[in-house]
Write a protein that binds this ligand. Structure first.
Ligand SMILES: Nc1nc2c(ncn2[C@@H]2O[C@H](COP(=O)(O)OP(=O)(O)OP(=O)(O)O)[C@@H](O)[C@H]2O)c(=O)[nH]1
Ligand SMILES: [Mg+2]
Length: 253
């Protein structure tokens, strides 16, 4: 078993040197890939320095800030090419606690996508302003109603994909970036009949570094959700590729 934790970074110089060792400590089969978008604060150079002395860390540099979704697509392609069995999405800002990686690794054995969920058992978000929490919570209600995607937390970004599931998606056709990137990826797998599983996580607001949340990300998600809902209604989804045996299902802990 080989698992790759993909960490997209933009100005995470205060977080990166602390988060990477925490991840690697969890399991000897874990490796980390940093996808840095030429962070002005030197995160990319720091990642290179760390990788020089750590064979379990790799770094991809991109020329400019191109967005979270495309950073993950770059990371997925790298991980598939290198033969990893499981590929993680994780934030580099300590919003996602590395201790949950163990839970993901256990659950992915029986699923194709494991989603870390803030809203599975009540509301597990620490330190967000009420306005942001409400936006996130109702974005999820809205997404569930319009797309039918059976997840309590469809916008979260702590996830583990089985390699075969990612291989079944036309990665270059995924266009969205922020919240909607998460929705679109899960939706595509659900529609193809892959097994989705949610596990509870506690989400912590970032303590260091600057937020990249923007109105553009919210607007993008509002439209994407409708696009997916309509695709589902009119059956435009390409269901030919990679459909696994067994029916579409969602398991809950
Ligand atoms: N490579 C790359 N990484 C990004 C980009 N935008 C955000 N990230 C990283 O993606 C992860 C999640 O982004 P955040 O900035 O935390 O976004 P957020 O979680 O919506 O907002 P806050 O937690 O409030 O800051 C972090 O590790 C960021 O450094 C980007 O354009 N390119
Ligand atoms: Mg964050």
């Amino acid at each position: 078993m080989r698992a790759l934790v993909i960490l997209p970074t933009y100005n995470e110089i205060e977080n990166l040197p602390r988060i990477v060792p925490q991840i690697l400590e969890v399991d000897p089969d874990l490796e980390v890939l940093v996808v840095d978008d030429d962070s002005p604060d030197g995160t990319g150079k720091e990642a290179d320095r760390m990788a020089e002395v750590n064979p379990r860390l790799s770094v991809i540099h991109r020329a400019s800030k191109m967005g979270l979704g495309s950073a993950y697509i770059t990371g997925f392609k790298y991980g598939i090419e290198k033969g990893f069995d499981y590929l993680f999405e994780m934030d580099a800002d300590f919003s996602h606690d590395a201790k949950y990686l163990k839970d993901f690794l256990r659950e992915i054995k029986e699923a194709d996508l494991v989603v870390g969920s803030r809203y599975l058992q009540g509301v597990n978000v620490i330190n967000w302003p009420m306005s942001r929490l409400l936006l996130s919570y109702f974005a999820n209600v809205y997404t569930r109603i319009i797309t039918g995607l059976p997840l309590r937390d469809a916008t979260g970004g702590f996830k583990c994909y089985r390699r075969e599931a990612l291989e079944a998606i036309e990665l270059d056709s995924v266009r969205s970036d922020g919240y909607s990137f998460q929705i679109e990826m899960s939706f595509k797998l659900w529609r193809k009949g892959f097994r989705l599983k949610e596990i509870p996580i506690i989400f912590y607001d970032r303590q260091r570094g600057e937020s990249k949340m923007s109105k553009k990300i919210v607007r993008e998600a509002v439209w994407m959700v409708w696009r997916l809902g309509l695709e589902r209604l009119f059956g435009r989804e390409d269901s030919a590729a990679g459909k696994p045996q067994g029916s579409s299902s969602l398991q809950r802990t």
